[in-house]
Design a protein around this ligand. Structure first.
Ligand code: FE
Ligand code: FE
Length: 168
C-alpha cells in the first residue's frame, strides 16, 4: 500500500492501516528484544528486556484480537520506521566498545522503540473511540499502559545507575 495509490480513503481505512503497521512493528520487536537482552550487561536491564519481550508477545495477540473484533483479517504492512529504529540500534550497538556504555546505548534504542509505539497506540485509541469502537480502544489501552510503564522503567534504570556507570 503506497501513499500515491490512495488506498486509504476513510478514517476506518486509516485505523486498519495503522493496526497493520503496528502489528508488523510488534512482530519485529519480538525478534529484536531477545538480541538486546543478550547484549545487555546490567542484570536488571537484561531482565527488563526479557519481561518486555513477554509483554510484546501479548501485544501481538491483542492486535489479533482487535483485528477480529473489527471484522478484519489480521495482516501486517511494512513499517520502515520501526525497521529504521531497530537497524540503527544494531549499528550503534556494534560500534560501542565499552559494555557499560553499551547498556546506556541499548536503553536509548529501546526508548526510541517505546516512544514510537506510544505515539501509534495513542492515535489508534483516539481513532477507535472516534469510530465508536470503545471495545477496541480498551484492548489497545492495555498495551499502551505497558509501553508507558516500560519507558518509565528504562528512564529510571538509566538515571538510577546505567548512565553513571557508563560515565565512570
Ligand atoms: Fe508493544
Ligand atoms: Fe514496547
Amino acid at each position: 500500500m503506497g501513499l500515491f495509490t490512495k488506498d486509504i480513503k476513510t478514517m476506518n481505512d486509516l485505523f486498519v492501516h495503522q493496526l497493520q503497521d503496528i502489528y508488523y512493528a510488534e512482530q519485529q520487536l519480538t525478534k529484536a528484544l531477545p538480541k538486546m537482552a543478550e547484549k545487555a550487561t546490567d542484570k536488571q536491564l537484561k531482565d527488563g528486556f526479557l519481561k518486555h519481550l513477554d509483554e510484546t508477545k501479548v501485544h501481538v495477540q491483542r492486535l489479533e484480537q482487535v483485528f477480529q473484533m473489527h471484522g478484519v483479517k489480521a495482516s501486517a504492512v511494512n513499517c520502515p520506521a520501526i525497521d529504521g529504529i531497530i537497524k540503527e540500534a544494531d549499528e550503534t550497538a556494534g560500534d560501542v566498545a565499552d559494555k557499560k556504555v553499551l547498556d546506556a546505548a541499548l536503553i536509548n534504542a529501546a526508548q526510541a522503540a517505546e516512544h514510537y509505539e506510544i505515539v501509534r497506540y495513542g492515535s489508534l485509541i483516539a481513532w477507535a473511540r472516534q469510530l465508536g469502537r470503545n471495545d477496541c480502544a480498551s484492548v489497545l489501552q492495555k498495551t499502551l499502559d505497558e509501553e508507558k510503564a516500560t519507558d518509565q522503567k528504562l528512564t529510571a534504570l538509566a538515571e538510577g545507575k546505567v548512565n553513571l556507570r557508563a560515565a565512570s
